[in-house]
Design a protein around this ligand. Structure first.
Ligand code: UDP
Ligand code: MG
Length: 318
């Protein structure tokens, strides 16, 4: 008999949990010879999400809840969940029903064929703004060019992982957890499952553009040092350009004399070089700041309680 854990990060999702539970349990119950568990990771919700989940657990022993001590972010919530599962197959799914739970059946079918990762790939993204689609597409294109391995386009965290894949993920200790990148980094046989992404069932997205921008920076800086190299190349290019221009100025002065023109060009060049220097100081800063985070070696999350429906041991503090 196979075991399946459905891992759900939850942050202020009171409006969708009941419906999510209803649909997901219906899917899981239709599986034969598979024992399942739904693990909610509460990422410090401040609404009634926790109460609703606790209420469900009291009725259904196949659920459990891992409560983090505060809001650590989705990546940390997923890490916490993955550290607490030991099923043969693990499905990560958002609570907001943007990823249809019905697809879990197809994912399991592919897993049985021997794939370690079955990732949902969005063919359409309903209910997302034009700007979000555009920025997302630009990000994937950029990552495809700069990464040492490719992150599949239009994939999110909705995916099935084998136990082997989860064990591999647990070995990655970094605190900048750009999960999409880590999922690809581990390798193993992977396959895409195409689906069209629904709009949110209820509630609002937790990711605004500022968060997404920082998320993209995390992705780029955790998986490539190309921005750093760019500084060297642009530096070489500018130095070479300056050398050629300098030679031209010397020759010109020797031939025609020097009537001291050129204030505008001088200003332009100084400001331009100054801008480039500041920009790359910023790039250095991005990497340095992340190194600072890594060297602190802080835990990625803290657990407030772990409520298991199956054994009714109640709250176990970690
Ligand atoms: N989420 C989380 N912690 C956060 C933000 C979000 O656990 O700090 C969860 C959220 O509850 C949801 C999933 O991550 O289950 C995806 O969030 P959302 O739907 O807001 O993101 P989007 O689909 O808009 O990218
Ligand atoms: Mg969503």
């Amino acid at each position: 008999m196979d075991s399946l854990t459905v891992l759900v990060p939850v942050y202020n999702e009171e409006a969708v949990i009941d419906e999510f539970y209803r649909r997901t349990v219906a899917v899981c119950e239709s599986l034969d010879r598979t024992q399942f568990e739904i693990l909610f990771v509460d990422d410090g919700s401040s609404d009634k999400s926790c109460d609703i989940i606790s209420g469900l657990i009291a009725k259904d022993p196949r659920l459990s809840l891992l409560r983090l001590s505060r809001n650590f972010g989705k990546e940390a919530a997923l890490t916490a969940g993955l550290d607490h599962v030991d099923a043969d197959a693990i499905v990560i799914i958002d609570a907001d029903l943007q990823d249809p739970p019905e697809l879990i059946l197809d994912m399991l079918a592919l897993w049985k064929k021997g794939y370690d990762t079955v990732y949902g790939q969005r063919t359409e993204r309903h209910g997302e703004s034009f700007v979000k689609k555009l920025t997302a597409s630009a990000f994937y294109r950029l990552m495809a060019h700069v990464g040492r391995f490719s992150i599949p386009r239009d994939t999110g965290d909705f995916r099935l992982l084998s136990r082997r894949a989860v064990n591999a993920l647990r070995c990655l200790p970094e605190s900048n957890r750009f999960m999409k990148g880590l999922f690809s980094w581990i390798g193993y046989p992977q396959i895409a499952l195409q689906y069209s992404r629904d709009p949110r069932h209820a509630g609002e997205t937790k990711f605004n553009y500022w968060k997404l921008w920082n998320f993209a920076l995390d992705g780029i800086t955790s998986f490539t040092t190309i921005p750093l190299k760019l500084a060297s190349y642009i530096g070489v290019f500018l130095a070479f350009g300056s050398f050629v221009y300098g030679a031209y100025v010397i020759v010109k002065t020797l031939i025609w004399g020097d009537p001291v023109p050129g204030y505008p060009s001088l200003m332009t060049v100084i400001l331009f070089i100054g801008g480039i220097q500041l920009m790359f100081l910023g790039v250095l800063g991005e990497y340095l700041g992340r190194m600072f985070d890594e060297t602190k070696r802080r835990p990625l999350y803290l657990i407030q309680e772990h409520v298991r429906g199956s054994d009714f041991r109640g709250s176990v503090s970690a």
